[in-house]
Design a protein around this ligand. Structure first.
Ligand SMILES: *[C@@H]1O[C@H](CO)[C@@H](O)[C@H](O)[C@H]1NC(C)=O
Ligand SMILES: *[C@@H]1O[C@H](CO)[C@@H](O)[C@H](O)[C@H]1NC(C)=O
Length: 241
């Protein structure tokens, strides 16, 4: 992890919730890499953002999730129910990509080091992610995303993990003026919206991180935006300079 840049300045940008529309409940613990980043509210913990486990003490997420000071819960299916599979962690280190842009969410990729390694189980396991030079999905390819984000435009939030299969949208469409215009960069994949910080999977490999360019779920009839992971990874779990 020697190439990771420790980014000391927290970006004070608004957090927008985004969501999974038209998905279905996942089979419990069938996506054991899913992480829920939560904030303490009184006695309760509230889901704020998704993430996914990439190594025994590391979770990948989006910079715009601002996970600093939050808890990371692994092995979750239901957010509200006590589940034996759940393991809760503090954040030991947060590595935001130093080139993150708050204006268009370019380079929206962060790594969290958990305060201790997780106990691997059927419900908690790392997912493979695409390394530099790997093949990203083309336009119309089927990809999947999962999370606990909003189910509809009214923002009702699911208690149980949702998943959805979507297709990659042509980049030239997403860079149109009535879509994202010049805010859409070559570091982004455009597809149906997911839950911020969560993974976009292609053939079971994480290729993207839900970023959504700061758009609220269903805010406009626009697809979601995902950070292309392989633009930031070399052979090891590191950011490229
Ligand atoms: C892993 O399991 C051991 C033994 O049951 C326990 O002491 C430890 O707290 C667990 N670690 C986590 C991260 O939950
Ligand atoms: C990954 O890291 C190891 C240990 O630092 C190094 O030996 C290896 O060459 C690296 N692999 C790549 C593909 O950079």
């Amino acid at each position: 992890y020697n190439q990771i840049y420790i980014f000391l300045i927290l970006h004070y940008i608004l957090f927008y919730s985004e969501g999974i529309i038209g998905g279905r409940e996942a089979v419990p613990h069938s996506r054991p890499y899913m992480a829920s980043i939560q904030v303490q509210e009184g006695e309760n913990m509230k889901h704020e953002c998704g993430g996914f486990v990439v190594a025994d003490q590391w979770v990948m997420t989006a910079v715009h999730c601002l996970p600093n000071g939050r808890k990371v819960v692994l092995g979750v299916h239901s957010l509200s129910e006590p589940e034996d599979e759940k393991q809760t962690f503090d954040i030991l280190e947060l590595h935001n990509n130093p080139t993150f842009s708050a204006s268009n969410y370019d380079n929206d990729i962060a790594l969290i080091k958990l305060d201790r390694p997780f106990n691997a189980s059927e419900a908690v396991r790392a997912v493979e992610y695409l390394r530099a030079g790997g093949t990203n999905p083309d336009t119309d390819a089927e990809v999947e995303t999962a999370g606990w984000g909003s189910l509809n435009n009214l923002g009702s939030r699911p208690d149980k993990l949702q998943e959805v299969v979507v297709e990659v949208v042509r980049p030239t469409r997403c860079s149109r003026g009535d879509y994202f215009g010049r805010k859409f960069t070559s570091n982004m994949i455009c597809a149906h919206k997911g839950d911020s910080g969560g993974p976009l999977l292609y053939n079971g490999v994480a290729v993207g991180i839900t970023s959504n360019g700061g758009m609220k779920c269903g805010q406009i009839r626009k697809p979601g935006i995902y950070t292309i992971i392989s633009h930031y990874t070399d052979g090891n779990t590191t950011y490229k300079a």
